[in-house]
Design a protein around this ligand. Structure first.
Ligand code: APR
Length: 251
């Protein structure tokens, strides 16, 4: 433990105090919560995402232009996620859910399914899931696990082309899931913002919603972000360490 971490003790105490009084807790997670599991985050300094331009692999236009490239990219991500495991940050969030029960919800921008694999129950996947495919013809959504589906998978029901059930840039969020995420943000006493750069909207808008409705906002990140100005408390360090440490202060 460094002196720097010791300086942060009052922040952990403040966050723990807010959680002790809370009956409802909501969480927004991003790629950072899975970083210690070995899932790469998005916003690398070179502006590329695992070597690809975001426009090529994460927009409906990119899929229309080159579906094979997009499927190769997502199959690669599926296979990689199958090899990794939830980390102590995911597990700490499971324990928090056990404490607050129905008063707890995670809205995640992640598509890796690691919260559910850790054991979290109420998880709103606002950007979709790597596990699922959607037929662009009959629109049937299916859980296909994490195996490689090949470069141009077809719908087993109607023969139409499948796409990953991922929300790409320029696409709306799934309405029902997004509504539930917003209600959780509106109603919570404490809002945790974990491992997100908070620059992608509308997902990041749950942060000001929680704040405006009176929640204590706690940011857990390696560094300050666009969300920091809204945060009442910042716990800076890897979430696989800061979340378990926060949890330990509750008992
Ligand atoms: N612990 C905590 N935070 C971490 C860790 C860690 N171990 N490692 C990285 N971070 C933080 C980074 O400091 C950064 O603020 O996680 C954040 C990751 O930011 P992004 O890569 O921008 O990921 P995210 O915010 O989830 O992106 C949102 O953008 O590309 C789209 O749809 C995609 O859902 C994604 C969305």
């Amino acid at each position: 433990m460094t002196a720097d971490h010791d300086d942060r003790e009052p922040d952990f105490a403040r966050a723990a105090e807010a959680l002790k009084w809370a009956t409802k807790v909501a969480v927004l997670t991003g790629a950072g919560v899975s970083a210690e599991s070995g899932v790469p985050t998005f916003r690398a300094s070179d502006g590329l995402w695992e070597g690809h331009r975001i426009e090529d692999v994460a927009t409906p236009m990119g899929f229309e232009a080159n579906p094979e490239l997009v499927w190769r990219f997502y199959n690669g991500r599926r296979v990689n996620v199958a090899k990794v495991n939830p980390n102590p940050g995911h597990h700490a969030l499971v324990k928090l859910e056990q404490r607050y029960g129905d008063g707890f919800a995670i809205a995640t921008q992640n598509v890796d399914g690691l919260h559910q694999r850790a054991g979290s129950k109420t998880v709103f996947e606002v950007h979709g899931s790597l596990h699922r495919t959607r037929c662009i013809n009959c629109e049937k959504v299916e859980d296909r696990g994490l195996e490689d589906l090949g470069n141009r998978p077809l719908c087993p029901h109607c023969g139409g082309f499948l796409r990953p059930d991922i929300v790409w840039f320029h696409e709306p969020l799934p309405e029902d899931i997004w509504m539930r995420a917003m209600v959780a943000a509106e109603e919570c006493d404490v809002f945790l913002v974990v491992g997100t750069s908070a620059v992608v909207y509308p997902a990041a808008s749950v942060i000001p919603i929680a704040k405006a409705n009176g929640a204590t906002v706690v940011e857990c990140n390696l560094t300050r972000t666009d969300a920091s100005h809204a945060a009442d408390v910042g716990l800076y360090g890897p979430s696989g360490q800061t979340l378990p440490k926060l949890l330990a202060k509750l008992s």
